[in-house]
Design a binder for this molecule. Structure first.
Ligand code: FMN
Length: 198
């Protein structure tokens, strides 16, 4: 029988809070050289609140990330952030989401054991019946690895180098955003169109 007076009985919310305090942070994980891959038919799905805290993950995400569902729930989505990702891409992602726009992005994600996997992500605002943004959701598929290897990896290296070239983080980010802006504007297209045209 469930006994609320018993101090050994932990309420689900306390369990969640305890896990959040101990759940690993991506910047404490040492990346390995091992690359994982989604199958052609697999889709990673997640949903977050407005602050990017995870509210839902599907089985494919659990399997490839190496985290349990309990570890993922309530964690910030940057739990899967890989250190080689340029900050400019996430700046652009959040800037678009904050304006109620959807965004496509090639992302390299970090698993719990340091392995990585590339995805083509589609991230969208979730709206309530009145049209207000109440959170975000994302689906990610296996990307074309030729595009990743030939275009995305060199592009992200270029942006990361720009970000590292300035002594101030802010200046590096601004320079990197500017460089990326110039690249897709030179094609005469908007950001999403540029990503989908690669
Ligand atoms: C619905 C949704 C899905 C996201 N998916 C990813 C993802 O797969 N990988 C990732 O690195 N960041 C993802 N992000 C962005 C993270 O919230 C975060 O901005 C990013 O990891 C950079 O972390 P940082 O701002 O702490 O540097 C997602 C955000 C949202 C709202």
């Amino acid at each position: 029988m469930f006994n609320k007076q018993n101090s050994d009985v932990i309420e689900p919310e306390s369990v969640q809070n305890a896990l959040q305090k101990t759940s690993p942070k991506s910047n404490e994980i040492k990346p390995t050289d091992n690359q994982l891959s989604l199958n052609d038919h697999e889709i990673i799905v997640s949903k977050t609140d407005l602050a990017g805290k995870i509210k839902y993950v599907n089985d494919t995400f659990i399997k490839i990330s190496g985290y349990s569902e309990v570890e993922m729930m309530g964690a910030q989505h940057n739990v899967v952030r890989h250190p080689v990702m340029p900050r400019a891409i996430f700046h652009l992602l959040w800037e678009r989401l904050s304006r109620g726009k959807h965004v496509f992005a090639y992302l390299i994600n970090l698993s719990k054991n340091g392995d990585h996997y590339w995805v083509m992500a589609h991230i969208c605002p979730s709206f309530d019946a009145e049209g207000s943004v109440i959170g975000y959701h994302s689906s990610r598929r296996k990307p074309d690895m030729k595009i990743v290897n030939d275009i995305i990896i060199p592009l992200y290296k270029q942006l990361s180098d720009i970000e590292a070239s300035e002594t101030s983080k802010k200046a590096g980010l601004e320079k990197s955003i500017d460089a990326f802006d110039k690249i897709f504007r030179a094609e005469g297209v908007k950001y999403n169109e540029f990503i989908l045209s690669l």
